[in-house]
Design a protein around this ligand. Structure first.
Ligand code: GLC
Length: 457
């Protein structure tokens, strides 16, 4: 096996090769550089994929590429209000962009989901963009960039997009299916946890980055009045542990009006109580994957749970319980490649109805219970935040056994994550950057501040 030093060196070389240049300047990283598979859109810079690269560049003092990325993507954000459904809405950030050469000129071409497979809406992009901007300001102390008028306008448009127009009266954010890292049909429409954790982080970032002047007052007020009910709602309705399962098990149904305890009219027959009570240790708990009318999705989604810990959306006790669960259900959630995107996989009729029979998302493959090495850095960061040193060292060791040997795959398949993903790209940039980022976090715990938030007060 290669030494730790040579693994890091190899990863850095691969990360350098993934950099995209625009007019001579570095502006992002491609999603993957697999020489053997048609690139489709993997030769583009995805906003969500760039986050791991951005954080590792910031830690290494390479802020220029992150600054360029922020400036260029800001220019791609639509600024005009318009009623044409074939155009992206005001304030959106694209899923991805690439450098287009035509008539001897370079220009950046964005994809807001109008070209993406299944035409999914990249709701998470503008939320990640806020997280990257905050990390940039934290790392460089360059508040001037965030306070620049074009950046203040960009932040306002994102906040407006999330806060102003609504159909529902939940404090969470309503989104269509496939609106985040899981960008295919997986039953995640409505109020999926992955989006809510990012939404919460973006609001917290907005409260730090909006300059407190007259023009921004109404938004600053709006986001501070959204944060407490959002936290409360997640704590009251998404949290699952043995105690909470007991409450849900004995819920009354068909309650009308303000006094209803079973606010979402959850029918206990819809919950896999026996599986869950076996699975959850007394010391464990987690946030459910989704919540809506007569629906709690009890699947465990890693990104949402780990980001909730990092952003302090969960309180200290809950964060600890999530880590306890990961430890006690190691084979299910971590296994041979940290870590599962979600658990358990949808099977049989559920797979058919919820994924639309998607062959790429067969049980224990790709988004449906596959393992995604990019989650390594989030797990390491969450373990660090909760003081669980043993977990972070253990997971990095597991990853190091395989990642370079398998040529840095996008994802792994199988219940234990032992198979390289059936259609996974090799040299996937966020796998490479995620590994480097995890190493940097372990080397210097101070780096955690780039993505971590204190409890909201
Ligand atoms: C796949 C993933 C998505 C990622 C993209 C580029 O579509 O589902 O999360 O952003 O590939 O890597």
């Amino acid at each position: 096996m290669k030494t730790e030093q040579s693994l890091v060196q190899e990863a850095w070389e691969a990360l350098e090769k993934s950099i995209i240049y625009y007019q001579g300047n570095p502006v992002g990283t491609v999603a993957a550089r697999d020489p053997e598979v048609a690139s489709l859109n993997y030769d583009q810079c995805f906003i969500r994929d760039f986050v791991s690269s951005a954080l590792v560049f910031l830690i290494k003092g390479r802020a220029e590429i992150v600054r360029n990325f922020l400036e260029e993507t800001l220019k791609l954000q639509p600024k005009e209000r318009q009623l044409d459904c074939s155009k992206p809405g005001r304030g959106l950030m694209p899923a991805s962009f690439k450098v287009d050469f035509s008539r001897g000129k370079e220009r950046l071409k964005a994809d807001f989901g109008e070209h993406a497979i299944a035409r999914v809406a990249p709701v998470d992009s503008c939320l990640w963009w806020m997280i990257v901007l905050r990390a940039y300001v934290n790392a460089t102390k360059d508040t001037e960039l965030a306070y620049r008028e074009d950046f203040q306008e960009g932040i306002r448009l994102i906040m407006e997009l999330c806060l102003v127009a609504r159909f529902d009266m939940y404090p969470t954010l309503l989104v269509p299916d496939g609106a985040s890292m899981i960008d295919r049909r997986m039953g995640l429409y409505g109020h999926p946890l992955d989006i809510q954790s990012l939404f919460y982080a973006a609001l917290r970032a907005g409260s730090e980055l909006l300059y407190p002047n007259k023009e921004n007052q109404y938004l600053i007020k709006a986001l501070h009045s959204r944060l407490p009910p959002l936290i409360q709602h997640i704590h009251d309705h998404y949290w699952l542990d043995t105690h909470r399962l007991n409450v849900i098990y004995r819920f009354n149904v068909e309650e009308y009006g303000e006094e209803a305890l079973n606010e979402f009219n959850i029918y206990s027959d819809s919950i896999p109580f026996h599986r869950l009570t076996d699975w959850l240790s007394d010391s464990g708990g987690y946030l459910a994957g989704n919540l809506g009318p007569s629906q709690i999705d009890c699947r465990f989604f890693s990104l949402g749970n780990l980001m909730a810990i990092l952003t302090s959306l969960t309180d200290e006790q809950q964060s600890n319980k999530i880590l306890n669960l990961i430890e006690s259900r190691w084979d299910d959630l971590v296994a041979d490649m940290p870590m599962k995107l979600c658990f358990p996989a949808l099977e049989d009729i559920e797979w058919k109805t919820l994924t639309g029979c998607d062959p790429k998302n067969r049980p224990w493959s790709y988004h449906n219970g596959g393992s995604w090495p990019v989650l390594l850095w989030m797990l390491v960061a969450a373990a660090q935040k909760t003081g669980r040193a043993e977990i972070k060292h253990r997971v990095i060791k597991i990853a190091e056994k395989r990642l370079s040997k398998d040529q840095w795959p996008e994802y792994y398949d199988g219940k234990n994550g032992r198979l390289i993903g059936k259609e996974a790209r090799r040299y996937q940039t966020w796998t490479i950057a995620g590994y480097l980022l995890a190493k940097e976090l372990i080397k210097n715990p101070e780096n955690l501040k780039l993505v971590s938030f204190d409890a909201y007060s």
